[in-house]
Design a protein around this ligand. Structure first.
Ligand code: GLC
Ligand code: CA
Length: 557
């Protein structure tokens, strides 16, 4: 495999609204990111992905862009962005912006013109269709609930929006639109960005042969994924996008592309793939409080392990998936994978290790290494996201009581990941001197970055040590290019794997459960590299693991 500059990426995702406010308006901003670059460099980070900071009315917190070339004043200015890129560069950190080109904001000037003249030039930038019998063109459900179509004024025309109605989908079949998008991307790359995280990219191509299908919910709509996700023909757009923009800049691209069929993974992330890496979400949907897994946390871990290894098997060394656990679209991973009573340093450090040393690109999410937790809400009014309200409405429609619907959101809402970053134990967790746009989790007095850093045994230091190990001269090549060999796959609640190349072999063993385990062990330990307990119990042909114990050791070849 040809070596690339981004192969040793240790990434960190920032949700800018909630990272650090510097001007007291209660909203995180670009100067706030600059202020913490040293902290991130100290942790070992060398790539930062920032969720959208372009001009936006914020109907979907920035995933609705009204001007691609501007920074939203809420976050700062273009000069701040350039300053951030330069300051990050000084610390060996590359910046990724979020590229949202499946849709724009409904306030984008293109869409405003399209509304005025749906049959004109800009009408062709979007997906506009005639209604049918006074109703939507078909019964596709939006990914965020409700119809995927919105009527244009009093006309019988509708525009497509796979997400909220404030996010009209762009028409990628239109070459003129594509050229405008490529030019915009190149303007940003010319400024020195490392590349992009690419939003919702598997939806670019739509299959319009489809008409109405039988509804699959009480709302009368149907999940249309087969007609607008990874649809045949998308390869034309993705190849062209790469050729016209990323490739000439040698940019790093990390695409949100779920459920890519195994036989197409090579096209996506192989040596000549459309992207450098992709986010696959096979593991993010597990939740210990899901009725399917309730009271069966160990079975859930077994299932999760099989899903993770299966994906790696599909890739089979031909490219890099992204090794992540948390992001801005899910509740916090500790709450998802660990039964509440067991959440603590040992369980969280073990969780952090289950895929950290996989072949792939590591990405942490803000607060993950600080041990941030979900903040349960007492009322629906405490949430902020239109999609949450849509879901709530849907649950009530399905017959849930208000309490049940709220409980479900308290388990699964993506907003849990969006509470302000907890920096220290001072007011508002040091996030802002003003009123935070979204309530700070009251647990900040105990759970915060400063406390984690000052404590010898903390999740922060565990992550820092894991990062240092992945980057160490002696091990870097092994962790990037070595083979992945699953181990102890039949042992309940254990996720273990070996990384191996000609020179070295490292075994990572995670006991992801609240009970101890004894494993047969034939190998010879060369060196224990990391362990989340004070000592390790490696006896004659046996490895004894305490609850949530993780050992990372080099073994004789
Ligand atoms: C992606 C983003 C999500 C956003 C959606 C629409 O899934 O991660 O936050 O709401 O796209 O742009
Ligand atoms: Ca601010």
């Amino acid at each position: 495999m040809q070596k690339k500059w981004w192969h040793n990426t240790i990434g960190y995702q920032i949700y800018p609204k909630s990272f650090q406010d510097t001007n007291g308006d209660g909203i995180g901003d670009l100067p706030g990111i600059i202020a913490h670059l040293d902290d991130l460099a100290e942790l070992g980070i060398n790539m930062i992905w920032i969720c959208p900071v372009n001009k936006s009315p914020m109907a979907d917190h920035g995933y609705d862009i009204s001007d691609y070339d501007e920074i939203d004043p809420m976050f700062g200015s273009l000069a701040d962005m350039k300053h951030l890129i330069a300051e990050a560069d000084k610390r060996g950190i590359k910046i990724l912006m979020d590229l949202v080109v499946n849709h724009t904001s409904s306030e984008h000037v293109w869409f405003q013109k399209a509304l005025q003249d749906p049959d004109g030039e800009y009408g062709k930038y979007y997906i506009i269709r005639e209604g049918k019998d006074g109703k939507e063109p078909n019964n596709w459900r939006s990914i965020f609930g409700g119809s995927a179509w919105e009527r244009i004024g009093n006309t019988d025309k509708y525009y497509l929006h796979l997400f909220t109605k404030w996010q009209p989908d762009l028409n990628w079949e239109n070459e003129k639109l594509r050229k405008e998008i490529y030019a915009m991307i190149n303007r940003w790359l010319d400024m020195g960005l490392g590349g992009f995280r690419i939003d919702a990219i598997s939806h670019l191509k739509k299959d319009f042969a489809y008409q109405n299908l039988p509804a699959d919910g009480v709302d009368g709509y149907v999940n249309g994924f087969p007609y607008f996700r990874n649809v045949k023909g998308i390869e034309k757009f993705l190849n062209e996008l790469k050729r016209e923009t990323f490739q000439p800049h040698d940019a790093f691209t990390l695409a949100e592309a779920d459920d890519v069929p195994p036989e197409e993974l090579e096209d996506f992330i192989g040596e000549n793939g459309y992207f450098s890496s992709i986010f696959d979400f096979c593991h993010t949907r597990y939740h210990v409080n899901d009725p399917k897994w309730k009271d069966r946390p160990v079975e859930m871990i077994n299932d999760l392990r099989d899903a993770l290894f299966k994906k790696q098997e599909y890739v089979n060394g031909s490219g890099f998936l992204c090794n992540f656990l948390d992001n801005h679209d899910t509740s916090r991973s500790a709450e998802r994978f660990i039964p509440r009573d067991n959440i603590g340093y040992h369980s969280m450090s073990t969780l952090g290790s289950i895929n950290f040393f996989f072949p792939g690109i590591v990405f942490l999410y803000q607060g993950q290494a600080t041990g941030m937790r979900d903040y349960r809400k007492k009322s629906i009014d405490e949430f902020k996201d239109p999609t949450t309200f849509n879901m709530y409405k849907g649950y009530l429609q399905e017959g849930m009581t208000e309490e049940q619907a709220l409980e479900k959101l308290n388990v699964e809402s993506r907003e849990h990941a969006r509470t302000p970053m907890q920096w220290n134990s001072r007011e508002n967790a040091g996030f802002t001197t003003g009123t935070p746009w979204f309530a700070v989790n009251p647990n900040y007095k105990e759970i915060n970055f400063e406390a984690a850093k000052n404590q010898e045994e903390s999740l922060y230091h565990w992550y820092k040590k894991m990062i240092a190990l992945r980057k160490a001269d002696d091990y870097r090549d092994l962790f990037i290019y070595g083979d992945l060999i699953p181990a102890y796959e039949k042992t309940d609640g254990v996720i273990a794997y070996k990384r191996s190349n000609q020179d070295r072999s490292v075994l990572i063993v995670c006991n992801v459960k609240g009970t101890s385990e004894k494993l047969p062990f034939e190998g010879r330990v060369k060196k224990v590299l990391l362990s989340n307990y004070d000592n390790v119990n490696i006896g004659n042909r046996e490895l004894s693991l305490r609850e949530y114990e993780t050992i990372i050791m080099e073994t004789e070849k």
